[in-house]
Design a protein around this ligand. Structure first.
Ligand code: ZN
Ligand code: ZN
Length: 219
């Protein structure tokens, strides 16, 4: 779709909304699994043309960890400024380097290319199929989401507390001895934990003082 913006561009304060539904082929560089839909509003602010809106794009990608297929729907907030009349009308035309590009008249927004760029920017660079995806075994290549493979890890898995690997194991042993010695002394001297805990003991009352109202209920 192409939008003729001549009227809006010539009228400060003018605005118009447009429904979007664009289909893309596999060669267009965005991993969409269906049409990109949504709506945009074009507004002449007086100094520039403001394009705002929201797009929904179902994308199909490969998980960055396990390479499995994943689908997700991107909600894309659109906000782009195009220079107004002062800069000349050419900036409104997106040059796609196609023969028909020369046929595009001034003040025309190429919605197809506009949407394509929005989706290309919004698509995650390293999508994961799920937050706790286990990825593949670096040794045998098995998808670890399907179960353990039986390989003996060469090093600590990513995300282990120390994040250490076998190359540092020897150093770890040496340091480990020292750290244990330090830990025995303890970071907190004995007794500090109990400080402030004053045991409140009940104050014994003599039978005469005991609970005025209960002893002499008002009637
Ligand atoms: Zn995955
Ligand atoms: Zn393995």
């Amino acid at each position: 779709m192409k939008i003729d913006l001549a009227n809006i561009a010539g009228t400060p304060g003018a605005r118009a909304g447009f429904e979007i539904s664009e289909r893309f082929g596999p060669a267009e560089g965005i991993p969409v699994a269906g049409p990109v839909t949504g709506e945009i509003t074009v507004e002449n602010t007086g100094s520039l043309l403001l394009v705002r809106g929201r797009l929904q794009a179902a994308v199909e990608m490969a998980c960055a960890r396990c390479l499995g297929g994943l689908q997700q729907t991107l909600e894309i907030e659109v906000e782009e400024e195009f220079a107004g009349e002062d800069a000349g009308p050419e900036v409104l035309t997106v040059d796609r380097e196609e023969p028909e590009a020369s046929a595009i008249s001034d003040y025309v927004l190429d919605v197809h290319e506009f949407v394509r760029q929005q989706v290309a920017v919004a698509a995650p660079l390293a999508p994961v199929c799920r937050p706790d995806c286990q990825g593949v075994c670096p040794q045998c290549g098995q998808n670890l989401n399907l179960g353990p493979c039986g390989c003996v890890p060469e090093r600590f898995p990513e995300g282990s507390p120390k994040g250490s690997d076998s190359r540092w194991a020897k150093l770890g042993e040496l340091l480990g001895g020292q750290q244990q010695g330090a830990n025995e002394a303890g970071p907190h001297p004995a007794g500090t934990a109990k400080r402030g805990q004053v045991q409140r003991s009940a104050i014994p009352r003599s039978p005469g003082e005991c609970g005025d109202e209960r002893a002499h209920p008002r009637r």
